[in-house]
Design a protein around this ligand. Structure first.
Ligand code: BGC
Length: 349
């Protein structure tokens, strides 16, 4: 079977090659892969900066933003042949920490979790794959063209849940949200903010191409001005930071309304230095009861929330987020950036 593989920690090792056909174990589904989305993490893995092969192997099948169709399902699994499914990314650590033992593997405390296509488990970028039925999520059949957007949607569903839980420690009725970055995570965060009835603003560098139109189509407001000017004008109660760029991270922290919540979702490379006015940031956070919270990955509850959010969204809008589809044999092209790329997808059929 053909699969997209890399040798982790080696740059430019991407190779579409034959790997053994998957054999479903007890309680597992056998799934025909339809597509995988490509995100910043995949680009880092392909660049050799992130990612781990399964123990004892030297190559990793990549792909964690999955979509497939069930070919075979065990009786009593709750799934049937033909179901459209997405596989969950993370698995609990083998000797579960308190969080993993309670199904909150997205909050793993000891870092020994594993992730399909990222950390010590093969991913979903192959013609077929298996998945434990407990880690598969069924999607509305109408979502087939866009279902690989579920995984990034789960990441923002968790981020919004974090914001609401943190805000819920006292009276909290947020009205305005700022999303920094109009890539897939930023756009999906804006979608979920609009679905919550908030006045959503999105900030990105570009002034042309599909991003401003996609934001406007949501009924949100697009900005490409300096972040300080934007936060002064709109005083956001919530910021979802989706760039990982240090200057935007610190400007977000400084720019919220009183009792603001900033949720950081962007992973940045280490070693980038920035000079900040630490005194003024500390003072602002303390005097305003502000919170900055980091958020990564998603558990099964967030997969259900994400599936509901996608089912409610405008399908045509979701399709416009997918700006390029590349066939499996030409997977390398998905990693060569093109103007106006938002979500690039590798098709597996
Ligand atoms: C994935 C997450 C994962 C994180 C860290 C992200 O790209 O969407 O599921 O936990 O990378 O590996």
């Amino acid at each position: 079977m053909r699969a997209v593989t890399v040798r982790p920690s080696s740059a430019d090792s991407l190779e579409v090659r034959d790997v053994p056909d998957p054999v479903p174990g007890d309680g597992e589904l056998l799934v025909d892969g339809l597509a995988v989305g490509v995100c910043g993490t995949d680009k880092e893995i392909v660049a050799g900066d992130y990612g781990w092969a399964p123990p004892g192997e030297d190559r990793l099948v990549i792909g964690h933003e999955s979509l497939g169709r069930v070919r075979e399902a065990p009786r009593d699994s709750g799934f049937a042949a033909g179901d459209l499914v997405v596989g969950v990314v993370r698995r609990p650590d083998p000797q579960p920490c308190g969080a993993c033992a309670r199904g909150e593997f997205d909050m793993c405390r000891n870092g020994r979790y594993t992730e399909r296509g990222i950390k010590e488990r093969h991913g979903y970028a192959s013609r077929s794959w298996t998945v434990e039925s407990d880690y598969a999520v069924r999607l509305d059949p109408g979502l087939e063209p866009v279902g690989m957007l579920l995984e990034p949607t789960t990441v923002v569903a968790k981020a919004w849940e974090q914001v609401e839980r943190v805000g819920g420690r006292a009276w909290f009725e947020p009205r305005r949200a700022l999303v920094t970055g109009a890539g897939p995570i930023g756009l999906l965060a804006a979608l979920l903010g609009v679905q919550r009835g908030l006045d959503v603003h999105v900030l990105d560098r570009v002034t042309e191409g599909p991003k401003p139109e996609l934001v406007a189509a949501l009924g949100a407001t697009y900005h490409s001005a300096d972040i300080g000017d934007v936060t002064s004008a709109i005083e956001p109660d919530v910021v979802i930071e989706a760039t990982g760029a240090g200057s935007l991270v610190f400007a977000s922290m400084a720019g919220t309304a009183t009792y603001g919540v900033v949720c950081l979702t962007g992973v940045s490379p280490a070693g980038r230095k920035l000079s900040v006015d630490a005194g003024s940031i500390n003072r602002d956070l303390v005097l305003e009861n502000d919170v900055v919270v980091g958020s990564v990955n998603a558990n099964l509850r967030h997969y259900r929330q994400g599936a509901d959010a996608l089912a409610k969204a405008d399908r045509a809008w979701l399709e416009r987020m997918i700006t390029r589809r590349v066939p499996l044999e030409r997977a390398a092209e998905a990693f060569t950036p093109q103007d106006d790329d938002i979500k690039v997808v590798i098709t597996l059929t």
